[in-house]
Ligand binder design. Structure first.
Ligand code: UDP
Length: 236
């Protein structure tokens, strides 16, 4: 598999075309941003952690019946994935209150939810990824009703798979963001990444944060937290 031209450079990844029109290569960087790009920095080694952890989790999820974009890990930072058209929704599942929902609803961080919740944001950096509902997604043509239903079902299955897996390595999955894409033959698949950049992970006993919140909140120990997650997943 050969990289040809660079298609896109985002905040944390570059995407390259290949000689196969249905395959692209994702290249994970150490660059970190938060608060819609307002805060910028570097987390040394993050690209390697996110690449390897995301690939491990995508394979686990695929085995449990949810299709993903994953094809093959090519190096520490590079992975071949199916070329998809990203559905312009950030899909967020929450098991406990943290981050934006605490501000929005005045909840205390760590409040346990009665059952997992799902929400959608419209992927648009200029608008700050505004919160929308499933009706907006369909009415505005971001996805069909059938696609929204598929995405919801897959997202809750991913939550079940990940919650159980992370609990087995002493980590509580607080919340996370997923993105879905459409392949050239119209199939909805899980895309983007699943990593400490896109999930909140707390140690199950101590509730120590093992994710990007350490960067967002200048807590220190950012690289150590990513390395600890890598170790617990057994990838170090
Ligand atoms: N998240 C993400 N990208 C975003 C927004 C959120 O990966 O652009 C993840 C975030 O890491 C957390 C979950 O989605 O695990 C919920 O984030 P929240 O809505 O609380 O927003 P935040 O507090 O991160 O701004």
């Amino acid at each position: 598999m050969e990289k040809t031209t660079q298609l896109y450079e985002g905040k944390a990844k570059k995407v390259w075309a290949t000689d196969d029109p249905d395959v692209v290569i994702v290249d994970y960087k150490d660059d970190a941003t938060a608060f819609n790009g307002l805060k910028k920095g570097t987390i040394v080694g993050k690209g390697v952690v996110n690449n390897k952890m995301s690939n491990y989790l995508m394979q686990l999820i695929e085995k449990k019946g949810v299709p993903t974009h994953y094809i093959k890990e090519l190096s520490d930072r590079e992975t071949a994935v199916k070329k998809v058209k990203i559905v312009p929704l950030e899909v967020i599942i929450r098991n406990r209150a943290a981050g934006s929902i605490c501000k929005r609803l005045g909840l205390e961080e760590g409040m346990d939810f009665v059952c997992p919740s799902i929400e959608f944001s419209y992927k648009d950096d200029d608008l700050g990824d505004p919160l929308i509902n499933g009706y907006h997604a369909v009415s505005c043509g971001f996805a069909t009703q059938e696609e929204v239903d598929t995405i919801k079902k897959m997202a809750f299955t991913v939550n079940d798979v990940l919650k159980e897996y992370f609990a087995s390595i002493g980590v509580e999955l607080i919340d996370f963001k997923l993105e879905f894409g459409k392949t050239s033959d119209g199939q909805i698949v899980l895309a983007d990444e699943i990593s400490p950049d896109t999930c909140r992970f707390w140690d199950i006993e101590t509730h120590e944060k093992l994710d990007k919140d350490r960067f967002r909140r200048d807590m220190g120990g950012v690289e150590d937290a990513y390395a600890e997650m890598m170790k617990r997943v057994g990838l170090d």
